[in-house]
Design a protein around this ligand. Sequence first.
Ligand code: HEC
Length: 446
Amino acid sequence: MHKHIWIAAVSLLSIGGAACSDSSTPTPDEPEVTYWQDVAPLFFDNCVTCHQTGGIAPFRLDTYADARDWSAAVKQAVEGRTMPPWLVTADGSCGEFRDSRWLEEEEIATIAAWVAAGSPEGTPRDDLQVPAASEPGKGLEDGTSEILTLRTPTYVPEPDGSAYAKFDDYRCFLLEGETDIQRFITGYEVVPGNDAMVHHMLLMVVDPEGEGAGGKTNMELMRAMDEASPDRLGWPCFSQAGEGVGIESVPATWAPGMGPVPYPEKSGLRLPAGRVLVVQMHYNLIDERVRGQSDSTQVRLRVASQVEREGIFVLPDEFLDSGQSLAPGQESVEYSWSMDFDRELAGLGVDHVDIYGVFPHMHELGQRYRMEFRDPAGTAHCGAEVNHWDFDWQLLYFYARPYRFDRGSRVRVTCQYDTRGRSEPTLPGWGTQNEMCVGGMYLVLP
Ligand code: HEC
C-alpha cells in the first residue's frame, strides 16, 4: 500500500512542472474537457466508492481541488490500468465478468485529455451522488442473512526461517463458533487486524472425528501440534490445516485488496454439522518493523440454512510439487501447468461443474497470468488474463455466465514472472518471497 502512495507522490512532483507549462487553451472546434462536465461523472461511478472522506483510498476524487492535485497520478494509474483495482482483462476478449471495474478506452482517453488540458474545473454541479463508501466490515449484510463474526486470537508471529518460507509464519487456529447445525456459507469478508503483516488467510472445514495421518483423528493431530508449542498460540501449518490433517473444504480465501465476497446466484459452500473451522494465517515478516507486533483478524461469514446450489472452492497449483524453480535475473520466466478434474468429478458423482469464478494468484514476482479451459473436443476458451499483476489487489472474479466444465476438460494456467531482482533461483513455496501459480476457482455443482 505504501509503495503505491509513494509512487503517486513522486510522479506528481516530477510531472507537476510540465503540466503547468503545457496547459493549453482549447481551440474553438475542440470542446474543453472539464472536471465537472466530463471527468467527475466517471470518477463518481468508478472511483468515489473508495476515494471519498472515510473511504479506503488515501485521497478523495469527489472534489475538484483534490482531483486536480492528483491528476497526474490519476492519468498514469488509469492508463497503466493499476486503478481502479481490477486485474483481469474485461474488454470481452477473455471472459465476461460481473460488477467489472474495467474502464472503457474512451473513458481513459477522456481522463487523459482532461489532464493534458491542465485539469480545468468547468461549471460546478451538485447533482452527482457520492456512492456509499466501501468500508471494511460493512459490505456483507443483505438485510436478511445471519452474519457470524469470528476472530483469530491475538498472536505475535515469528519468521519460520526455512528456504520455503524464510520470513513467513504460517499459523493455524481453531475458530470458536457454533457447529451443531448444518449451514451454508453464502459470502464472507476478512478484515485483517494488522495489514502490514497479514498476507493471506484460508478458512478450512475439518471433521474433528475424521481420520488423519497415522490412525489419529484430525482433532488429536491438531491438539498435538498445538501442544508442541505451549508458549505460543495455534500450530504451524504450511500445508493447509497442518501435517496429516484432512480437510473437507476451503469455503473462504482472502488475499490483499479483497473486499466483501458474496457468492453469486444463491450459491454457497456447505458447512456440515459437527465440523470445526480452522483458519490458516500467513504472516510475512520481511519488514523488520513489524516483528514483535501482533494480529487478530476478523472473519465474517454470511450463513444460510439452505442454498439453491452448492459450490466448492479449489486452489490447484502444480508448480508447488513440480521440483522446478524460476531462473534468476530474467525479465520474463514462464511456468505453465495443466490438469483435468476427472478424478475429483467422479468422486463428487457428477459429470460436470459450472465454473462461477476465478482467483488468479501469484506472489510478488508475478507479471502476467493466463487461465484457459479446454473442452473434451480440444476447443480452448479463455478463462482469465492478467496483464498487470499486482500482489496488493487480489480479487475473486465472477463470470457474467458460468463456464460449463465437463469431465475430460482441462484447465491450463500460465504464469509469467520477472526475476531480475533475484540472484538465486526462486523456489515455488508458501513464503511471500517464494512463488506460486495458483488456478483458484469457485465451482458450482449441478
Ligand atoms: C476498491 C477501491 C478503489 C477504487 C474503486 C479506486 N481506487 Fe484508487 N486507490 C484505492 C486505494 C486503497 C489506494 C491506495 C493503495 C494502492 O495504491 O493500492 C488507491 C490509490 C490510487 C492512486 C495512487 C497511485 C496508485 O496507482 O496506486 C490513484 C492515482 C488512484 N487510486 C486513482 C483511482 C482512480 C482514478 C479510480 C477510478 C477510475 C480509482 N482510483 C478507483 C482504492 C480504490
